[in-house]
Design a protein around this ligand. Structure first.
Ligand SMILES: *Cc1c(COP(=O)(O)O)cnc(C)c1O
Length: 325
């Protein structure tokens, strides 16, 4: 196994390590999307995960892999929201404490969610990279352990547990649509699924506005893109110019990438609410949006992930009502 690739052995170990702390979320068929796609479509309802996103899987696995001394010194991370919330929860579950640094672009609902989990919060600058510099300082001066949101073996292995569950629940899946930002989710899910079913197609879905991994794949190396506000705010942020794992794993394991406009993402959120009866955030709806936009050419059963549900409810209401006038 290549050193810069997380293996299914690590993902299986993660599954055992986190089993008592995460929910095994349900997979449901979608009648309306199956009609639209002309193939059976299955939704993994991961927005119903504890803390409202799959990020708990990676955070829990990384924290439970630390020794006692590190747990006493505490955890620190930069986050667009869901990773911070997951780390705050996981740190507390492991008897530790998390300090979360984030940029000014993070919506208030997410900040409130993280504070409610008992984390210390620091708001720094206008980009994830600026917040990262504060994390580096706390690591150097306070001895805290940084757990990054995606480019970390234990985080990727934790996210991969979602792929193991999905393949068990939809054994005949042919294509999986996976949200693509830093690439932790897609790297773990692709490693888990392709280890058992190499012919399965893994397709990344990003927004058009500031898709750093897509730009990096095109360039053949990690590049920076301008960070812009998007309905899919959880997909914002760079992949890190020093990316160690997720860039090469995404390059190796991902078959295709779909990009979506803001209007298409809004349609996805509306569809989840009106037809699936699910409240999902923008990032959580991009798989649905890709099917609705006719951008998926699937042969055989299609699986997609509702990856998160942490959306400001006033914004959700505005989007949903806007679609009905
Ligand atoms: C973090 C996140 C993603 C993207 O995951 P990456 O590992 O950064 O690619 C997708 N959806 C939601 C809800 C998230 O919180």
């Amino acid at each position: 196994m290549r050193a810069n690739c997380v293996s299914v052995v690590e993902i299986n170990a993660a599954r055992i390590r986190i089993a008592d702390h995460v929910r095994r979320t349900f997979v449901e068929p979608s009648v309306s999307l199956s009609e639209r796609a002309g193939q059976p479509v299955h939704l993994k309802l991961e927005h119903q995960q504890i803390t409202g996103s799959f990020k708990l899987r990676g955070a829990m696995n990384a924290i439970l892999s630390l020794d006692d001394a590190a747990l006493v010194r505490g955890i620190v991370a930069v986050s667009t929201g869901n990773h911070g919330r997951a780390l705050a929860y996981a740190a507390r579950a492991a008897g530790s404490r998390a300090t979360i640094c984030m940029s000014e672009l993070v919506p208030q609902a997410k900040i409130d969610g993280i504070a409610a989990e008992g984390a210390d919060i620091r708001i720094i600058g206008k980009s994830q990279d600026e917040a990262q510099r504060e994390v580096d300082r706390l690591v150097a001066e306070g001895g805290l352990t940084m757990i990054p949101p995606f480019d970390h073996r234990d985080v990727i292995a934790g996210q991969g547990t979602l792929g193991l569950e999905l393949l068990e629940d939809v054994p005949d899946l042919a294509t999986v649509l996976v949200q693509l930002s830093g690439g932790g989710l897609i790297s773990g899910v692709a490693a888990a699924i392709k280890a058992r079913k190499p012919e399965a197609r893994i397709v990344g879905v990003s927004m058009e506005r500031g898709a750093a991994m897509y730009a990096s794949l095109v360039a053949g190396r990690p590049v920076e893109v301008e960070e812009l506000p998007s309905l899919a705010d959880s997909l914002g942020g760079g992949i890190g110019l020093e990316n160690r794992l997720t860039f090469s794993m995404t390059m190796d394991l991902v078959d295709d990438v779909i990009l979506l406009s803001e209007n298409e993402i809004a349609e996805g959120i509306r569809h989840c609410y009106a037809k699936e009866r699910q409240i999902v955030e923008g990032a959580g709806a991009v798989g649905v949006a890709a099917v609705l936009a006719g951008k998926v050419s699937a042969q055989g059963p299609l699986a997609l992930i509702l990856s998160g549900g942490n959306i400001d409810l006033a914004e959700h209401q505005r989007l949903v009502c806007g679609g009905m006038t």
